[in-house]
Design a protein. Sequence first.
Length: 136
Amino acid sequence: MLLEDLLFKPENSLVVQSKHSRLGVETVNGDGFGVGWYGAQDTPGTYHSIEPAWNDRNLRELSAHAAAGRVFAHIRATTGTAVQQTNCHPFRHGRWLWMHNGAIADFPLLKRGPSSPGCSPTSRDRRTRSCSSSSP
């Protein structure tokens, strides 16, 4: 499926929804967007912009040519955080795409990595390389 078949062509496409939001705080969501897709490569492709999706000529061009069976797309409406590409979803890490909308309270306390106490090579997930131990 071409990305434009999801982003532009449907009557209630994401681009249309971004200009006429009925569920959000704002009726127009123009604080950036992001698209991620799983295509022919081992890692997913991504495209992000702080432009409104309806105003990005590159998105229109790319979506008319890029095809994928699995697509993540996000239209952004900030609630006070900076309008910058690093805040535009989806996020990519290796072969993984994900979206997170909101804040994680006490993130530095919850984040676990290879150097975290209680995180040993045996408790680390081989695929994500994150610590799977439930102890702090």
